[in-house]
Design a protein around this ligand. Structure first.
Ligand SMILES: NC(=O)C1=CN([C@@H]2O[C@H](COP(=O)(O)OP(=O)(O)OC[C@H]3O[C@@H](n4cnc5c(N)ncnc54)[C@H](OP(=O)(O)O)[C@@H]3O)[C@@H](O)[C@H]2O)C=CC1
Ligand SMILES: O=C(O)C1=N[C@H](C(=O)O)C[C@H](O)C1
Length: 267
């Protein structure tokens, strides 16, 4: 039998939070001990609409929650600003953070990794928990050895706060690990409409589409002489992310540093 893992979920009413609550409820050795929600302070989780029958106190403040509740792991699925604050507070209270919230910069990751190492506790920040998305990024990194010209098109639902997506930024940085810098397009290219060429991460253009009806989709398009290669991933629903969340919760217990990206813990 696996050892019991006591969890806090931040953002339980959100698209991802709801699925994470279900995951914890359905996993035998996971126990939800509290939730942190921007609303509903003082209630029990089961009192919130659509929640399973779980007796776990709801806090609107992470610090109070961490002071009052004994937990092993925090799953954070909130907003970029809250996610960073929650991760830091969790480290301060010796609770291991598993953060799916996007919006972390390289310097945030560096600073938080130093803190995790200083405290000798594990943390995982994963811009995408879907196994297929991790493979899309890895295949893109492989392809970048052979194709230097590449653009990223990421497409998401219109409730998303951050652009570009965390996945698109992570894809660009994985590609840049193997691709020498290249200024793409015509040397005299001129943007007649600001933003027409998208955003740029070290020479890689990223284009963000936001539409109702979409969930989470990305195409990495490579171009070479007389050919293109498109590597595409689609998440059709948020259940696609949950096996990755489970893997991260189980893996973070063994770590003593901050790991950025699920690819670093997948076998
Ligand atoms: N890593 C991955 O695989 C994935 C990551 N994501 C990321 O996860 C995050 C959440 O996405 P999603 O579920 O779609 O977003 P939602 O907007 O649906 O949910 C966010 C939830 O967090 C709550 N919240 C906001 N601030 C706080 C706070 N300070 N304390 C507690 N709760 C708070 C919101 O409450 P209220 O509405 O009242 O503000 C809301 O219920 C985003 O950053 C997104 O990019 C999404 C999908 C996959
Ligand atoms: O907000 C979302 O929905 C998603 N966010 C993550 C990102 O920014 O990459 C992961 C996935 O794309 C869904």
């Amino acid at each position: 039998m696996k050892e019991e893992v006591r969890l806090i979920i931040a953002g339980p009413r959100g698209n991802m939070g709801k699925e994470a609550v279900k995951l914890v409820d359905e996993t035998e050795h996971f126990v939800l001990v509290a939730a942190v929600d921007s609303k509903n302070n003082g209630k029990q989780l089961r009192e919130l609409p659509g929640m399973p029958n779980i007796d776990a106190p709801v806090y609107d403040d992470m610090k109070t929650c961490l002071e009052e509740v004994e937990a092993d792991v925090l799953i954070d699925l909130t907003t970029p600003e809250a996610g960073k604050r929650h991760l830091e507070l969790a480290l301060d209270h010796h609770v291991r953070p598993v953060v799916g919230t996007t919006g972390f910069t390289d310097s945030d990751v560096k600073r938080l990794r130093e803190k995790a190492e200083e405290k000798e506790i594990g943390a995982i920040v994963a811009p995408n928990f879907a196994v297929g998305a991790i493979l899309m990024m890895k295949f893109s990194q492989m392809a970048a050895k052979y194709f230097q010209d590449v653009e990223i098109l990421e497409m998401h639902h219109d409730r998303k706060l951050d652009a570009p997506s965390g996945t698109a930024q992570k894809t660009a940085s994985l590609i840049n690990e193997v691709r020498p810098f290249k200024k793409q397009g015509h040397p005299e290219e001129k943007e007649e409409l600001i933003g027409a060429r998208g955003g740029e991460v070290e020479g890689i253009h990223i284009h963000s589409v936001r539409l109702p009806g979409l969930v989470a989709h990305q195409e990495v398009i490579f171009g070479g002489t007389g050919q293109t290669l498109t590597i595409r991933h689609d998440s059709m629903n948020r259940q696609s992310f949950m096996p990755g969340v489970k893997l991260a919760v189980e893996s973070v217990l063994q770590l003593k540093t901050l790991v950025y990206g699920l690819e670093n813990i997948m076998e």
